[in-house]
Design a protein around this ligand. Structure first.
Ligand SMILES: [Zn+2]
Length: 136
């Protein structure tokens, strides 16, 4: 069974369009000079609308993780158990992504391990960012 496909809205569409081109971007607010993710129509901190999408390096680190055994997301149930990790992007502690850490096994990586983005094709031409633990 295929995995769920993202359902972009007006604010998040540029992020998913970039992912479909295998580019990782994040929204940046010029009003308070910081990133925000996930994207929103306005900056959650200053309310400003002067936002742009900037390319990210795709590098980050594992911030936290757990193993999912009982997801309510029906399309993900056949993949159980699977890892759900939060990774923090190198550009900003405000940019977190959820990932399954493809290629990783619990016990063989640690909080703080470096990761790099890769893109998983969940439908033809539709990609989601994933992050893989790397050795630097
Ligand atoms: Zn702002």
């Amino acid at each position: 069974m295929p995995k769920p496909v993202p359902a972009p809205d007006e604010a998040t569409r540029p992020f998913w369009d970039a992912a479909n081109e295998k580019r990782l971007v994040a929204q940046f607010c010029h009003g308070c000079n910081r990133y925000q993710h996930p994207p929103e129509a306005r900056c959650a901190r200053c309310g400003g609308e002067n936002l742009e999408f900037r390319p990210l390096s795709g590098k980050g680190k594992v911030y936290s993780w757990q193993v999912m055994h009982d997801t309510r997301v029906r399309l993900m149930q056949e993949y159980q158990p699977f890892i759900i990790a939060v990774v923090e992007c190198d550009e900003s502690p405000d940019v977190w992504h959820l990932t399954n850490l493809p290629g990783s096994v619990p016990g063989l990586f640690e909080i703080g391990d470096p990761v790099e983005v890769e893109f998983e094709e969940v439908r033809p031409g539709r990609f989601i960012p994933q992050f893989r633990v790397v050795r630097r």
